[in-house]
Design a protein around this ligand. Structure first.
Ligand code: CA
Length: 233
């Protein structure tokens, strides 16, 4: 399973850009726009968070307070991202337990590099993220953004691809409706189960020989969906 990152950033556009970039690099990402929501994710998310990216200016509080709270909870690496750039502030944050500090604007490559360093410093092995799925005639390559069925390229819409990619990253495991809706459409669409049904229907129509009896895109009734586990290599 890929490393699960919690991105706490209230700027919607930046949050979505970073989430997409991190997902493209094989990380699982949960986005959060406030201190309260981030705390709920940290306490209750079924998958443990392996790294936190923390913006300081949040609508319901200061990221510094969240950092202090987090440090009392668990030893997760925390990268602070902020527009503030005074050196005293940086030192304070590092003293308060932040692993590193990035001043906005920064490049995605820089963020990825800092994430790797933080994980290494903490002795956490960076698990190689799942980027490839091959099972029978279906081959999905997330790095190349390609889907092939019996050697033929299958064209998916961006949303169809995102949904499939989310399942590939956790192949063999059930992914709940809520997780899929949050990760593919965003937290504000968590109740739009009809989106999920519609797009799952489209994916099955494109990939499954018998959409009503799927081989790969399996339904877990009342819970979510599971991409069939590929046979051991
Ligand atoms: Ca902010």
């Amino acid at each position: 399973m890929s490393l699960h990152v919690l991105l706490i950033e209230d700027d919607r556009q930046l949050r979505q850009t970073l989430m997409a970039a991190l997902q493209n690099h094989g990380y699982e990402v949960t986005g959060s726009a406030s201190c309260a929501d981030a705390q709920a994710v940290l306490l209750h998310h079924p998958q443990p968070i392996g790294l936190v990216i923390l913006d300081l200016g949040l609508p319901d509080g200061d990221g510094k307070d969240l950092l202090a709270w987090l440090r009392q909870q668990q030893p997760i690496p925390v990268l602070v991202i902020s527009a503030r750039h005074d050196d005293a502030g940086k030192v304070q944050l590092l003293d308060a337990g932040a692993d590193d500090y990035l001043v906005k604007p920064f490049s995605v490559q820089e963020l990825l590099a800092r994430m790797r360093v933080s994980l290494r410093h903490r002795g956490m092995r960076v698990q190689s993220p799942v980027m490839h799925y091959a099972h029978g005639h279906l081959v999905v390559d997330l790095t190349r953004h390609s889907v092939q069925l019996s050697g033929e390229a299958v064209h998916l819409t961006p949303t169809e691809f995102k949904l499939l990619a989310r399942l590939v990253r956790q192949a063999g495991q059930v992914v709940t409706h809520r997780q899929l809706l949050t990760d593919v459409w965003g937290a504000e669409h968590v109740d739009q189960l009809q989106y999920l049904r519609l797009y799952m229907g489209q994916l099955r129509a494109k990939l499954e020989a018998r959409p009503a009896e799927p081989r790969w895109l399996l339904t877990e009734p009342g819970v979510g969906y599971r991409l069939a586990e590929p046979p051991a290599a």
